[in-house]
Write a protein that binds this ligand. Structure first.
Ligand SMILES: Nc1ncnc2c1ncn2[C@@H]1O[C@H](COP(=O)(O)OP(=O)(O)OP(=O)(O)O)[C@@H](O)[C@H]1O
Ligand SMILES: O=C(O)C1=C[C@@H](O)[C@@H](O)[C@H](O)C1
Ligand SMILES: [Mg+2]
Length: 170
């Protein structure tokens, strides 16, 4: 599939709404949606959470980087990345060549959206504290790869989709 590329790649912290918005956006554009967390789960036959527990985060990050590279080469719709995918330098280099939407969100709304039963291994124990640490460390990385950013605070998923479409000129 040479020359295939996503219409837009969606990045941002846990709770930014990447998975939710990517699905709605793909519907509105009439294209397919793909999420690299789901790709890793399908490839490995194991949930992200279980991979973190059984094989550890570094193994997950390697699987994730490979899944992102593959999706960037072969997916022609909307692509949502896992929240931590931008920590990989090779991934950031690849993203320089793509249209990337950064969904931004403040700590309070991210924590509220993620909730208590998060299923997100990095947030277990102290959700708000962990989320703050992740968001502070990663904000510069999301900004570095982004073509544009949307502040999703106080916006519904549909309103976020409207803003992304406007940025894409669609
Ligand atoms: N704009 C929004 N307003 C309110 N709730 C939202 C919004 N976007 C998403 N949500 C809700 O927040 C939760 C997290 O959304 P979602 O799973 O799409 O986030 P994510 O960015 O993909 O997270 P992760 O990095 O863990 O994959 C879901 O319950 C979703 O319904
Ligand atoms: O922010 C993160 O580091 C993560 C986000 C999720 O999308 C999953 O990729 C996993 O739970 C790790
Ligand atoms: Mg997601």
């Amino acid at each position: 599939m040479t020359g295939t590329r996503p219409v837009v790649v969606v990045v941002g912290p846990p709770g930014a709404g990447k998975t939710t918005v990517a699905e709605l956006l793909a519907d509105r554009l009439g294209v397919r949606v793909r999420d690299t967390d789901q790709d890793v789960e399908a490839n490995e036959g194991e949930t992200v959470q279980d991979i973190f527990v059984s094989r550890g985060e570094p193994v997950f990050r390697e699987l994730e980087a490979a899944a992102v590279a593959e999706a960037l080469r072969t997916h022609d719709g909307v692509l949502a990345l896992g929240g931590g995918a931008v920590m990989d330098e090779g991934t950031r280099v690849l993203l320089a060549d793509h249209t990337v939407a950064h969904l931004d969100v403040g700590l309070a709304q991210a924590a509220a959206r993620v909730g208590m039963n998060t299923g997100r291994p990095l947030l277990m124990g102290n959700i708000r504290g962990q989320l703050k640490k992740l968001m502070d460390a990663r904000r510069p990385l999301y900004n570095a790869v982004a073509t544009f950013a949307i502040d999703t605070n106080d916006l519904s998923p549909d309103e976020v989709v409207d803003r992304v479409l406007k940025e894409l000129g669609r």
